[in-house]
Design a protein around this ligand. Structure first.
Ligand SMILES: [Zn+2]
Length: 281
C-alpha cells in the first residue's frame, strides 16, 4: 500500500509495521534547463520516477507500506545567473539530507530511499556522504542510489536498452543538461511544458571533465542554458528512459530491503576521489 505521509497522523505512522515500511524522499533543484524546458525538470523527473518505482513495488509486495514525502526543492545547481535558477551549497544539501533522514530514522523506519533526478556528481556525493553518516550512526537504514543509477554501466548494473536508445546514446554522448535525454523524459512526463522550439536549439557539446570548470561552462551555455542535443529528443525515448529509471530504482529498493546485492547502488563512481568530497562536515 502506498501512503502519502502528509495525510497521516503520527499515530497512523506509529502503527505501520517497521519491518514492512519503506519511506521515499526526493530532493531535486529548481534549475534552468535551457529555453525549451521548465525550471522544474529535475523535480518532475524525481517525483515521476519514485511514483513509477512504487507502482511496481506495490503490485509485487502488497503487504509492504510505501511512504512518500514531498520532494525537497533544493540542489547544488551551479548553472550561473539564469532567472529561475536556485543554486545552493553542497553543505546545505548535506545538512538538509542528514537532518531530515535522521528525523525519519527516529520514527523507527529502517528503509529510507533518497532519490534525486539531478545528476551533478557534486550534488549526488553530498547526499551520499549524508547517507554514509546516517548509516554509521544508526546501522544501515538509508540508500541514495542515483549516483550509481546514472552511471549504471560503470557500476556493473545492467539496463537493457532498445536498439533505438542504444544508437542514440552512442551517436549523441555527453548529453549532460537539458539535451535529448531530459527533453525526451519531459516530452513523456509533461509534454505541455516542453516548448516546440526544442527542435531549433543548437547542439552544444562539452567533455565531462569541463563540466566542473565553472568558467568554461558559463561560456559554452551563454544565451542558451543546455548542454547536449535537444532536437534529438522524442517522447518515445523519454517513455523508455523514464521506465528504465523507475525499474532500476525498484530493483535497488528491493535489494536494499533484504540487504542483499544492493552494494553496487551505494556510491557514485567518483566517490573514491578525495577532492570530490565535502570536508569539514
Ligand atoms: Zn536536469
Amino acid at each position: 500500500m502506498t501512503k502519502n505521509l502528509l495525510t497521516q497522523s503520527w499515530e497512523d505512522i506509529s502503527k505501520i509495521n517497521a519491518d514492512k515500511f519503506t519511506v521515499f524522499l526526493g530532493i531535486a533543484p529548481i534549475e534552468e534547463h535551457g529555453k525549451h524546458l521548465p525550471i522544474g525538470v529535475d523535480f518532475f523527473e524525481t517525483e515521476y520516477w519514485i511514483k513509477g518505482a512504487i507502482a511496481q513495488l506495490e503490485r509485487e509486495h502488497p503487504q509492504h507500506t510505501w511512504g512518500t514525502l514531498p520532494t525537497i526543492p533544493l540542489g547544488f545547481a551551479n548553472m550561473g545567473n539564469f532567472p529561475g535558477n536556485i543554486h545552493v551549497s553542497r553543505e546545505l544539501i548535506f545538512n538538509v539530507v542528514y537532518e531530515t533522514v535522521s528525523a525519519i530514522a527516529k520514527w523507527g523506519v529502517k528503509n529510507i530511499i533518497i532519490i534525486s533526478g539531478h545528476a551533478d556528481p557534486l550534488h549526488t556525493m553530498a547526499i551520499e556522504q549524508a547517507v554514509e553518516k546516517i548509516n554509521d550512526e544508526n546501522g544501515v537504514i538509508a540508500l541514495a542510489p542515483m549516483g550509481s543509477i546514472f552511471h549504471a554501466a560503470e557500476k556493473g548494473i545492467e539496463v537493457p536498452h532498445s536498439v533505438e536508445l542504444s544508437r542514440k546514446l552512442e551517436e549523441f554522448p555527453n548529453d549532460f543538461h537539458a539535451g535529448w535525454i531530459e527533453t525526451s523524459c519531459m516530452l513523456s512526463i509533461l509534454p505541455d511544458c516542453v516548448k516546440s522550439n526544442y527542435l531549433e536549439r543548437p547542439n552544444i557539446s562539452l567533455w565531462d571533465r569541463d563540466m566542473m570548470d565553472d568558467k568554461k561552462l558559463a561560456q559554452v551555455i551563454t544565451g542558451e542554458g543546455h548542454i547536449g542535443f535537444p532536437k534529438e529528443a522524442t517522447a518515445q525515448l523519454g517513455t523508455e528512459l523514464n521506465a528504465d529509471n523507475a525499474q532500476i530504482i525498484k530493483d535497488a529498493t528491493e535489494k536494499f530491503i533484504i540487504r542483499k546485492g544492493y552494494e553496487c547502488y551505494v556510491s557514485h563512481p567518483l566517490s573514491d576521489k578525495p577532492w570530490m568530497k565535502l570536508h569539514q562536515i
